[in-house]
Design a binder for this molecule. Structure first.
Ligand code: SF4
Length: 182
């Protein structure tokens, strides 16, 4: 039987959701027998998101042009896209800057007002991606198939979401254990 092509993507998040994924501990060994990791910041070094991915966990909000481009590729090339954690589901912490008037005040504060040596705005076309004016949850940019909240989602919730998918079934995202935020 073909293994499930599995990916994880890291957009604007703290990587805490990926750390929680690693908290699956020994179940990761069982998981590894059933999946082929085709793209992930923790499981592969591929730079290009591949075609025909079966399942992808997406951590983080959509905050910059790179995130925007990648999430569209992910959506086009993935059967089941899971919004993985509160930053993906609601934009959460990265969206705290949304209360300001666009990205410019954030950049000015971080790089000019607080820059103690050589204050300057980051600018390197093709290397430093432009910030979007607002940080968006994933579903406001592309359709999402499954929402897995949590900051981060606990490992038990990740397993309870993935196990049915491995059997070809749909997980039941209901009840405190599965959909509690925070
Ligand atoms: S949901 Fe929480 S743990 Fe996950 S990326 Fe956002 S801040 Fe980090």
């Amino acid at each position: 039987m073909d293994k499930i092509k599995f990916a994880t993507v890291w957009l604007a998040g703290c990587s805490g959701c990926h750390m929680s994924f690693l908290d699956l501990d020994e179940w990761l060994i069982e998981l590894a027998e059933q999946i082929e990791v085709v793209y992930s910041p923790v499981g592969s070094d591929l730079k290009v998101y591949p075609d025909q991915v079966d399942v992808c966990l997406v951590e983080g909000g959509v905050a910059n042009e790179d995130n925007w481009e990648l999430i569209h590729q992910v959506r086009q090339r993935t059967k089941i896209l899971i919004s993985f954690g509160d930053c993906a589901v609601t934009a959460n912490i990265p969206a705290m800057r949304n209360m300001l008037d666009g990205a410019e005040p954030v950049l000015r504060r971080a790089y000019l007002e607080l820059g103690d040596k050589t204050p300057q705005l980051p600018h390197e076309p093709g290397i430093v991606p432009e910030l979007l004016d607002q940080v968006l949850p994933v579903h406001q940019v592309v359709p999402v198939d499954i929402y897995m909240p949590g900051c981060p989602p606990p490992a038990d919730r990740i397993r309870a979401t993935l196990e049915p998918l491995l059997r070809g079934e749909w997980p039941t995202m209901a009840g405190r254990d599965m959909i509690k935020f925070g």
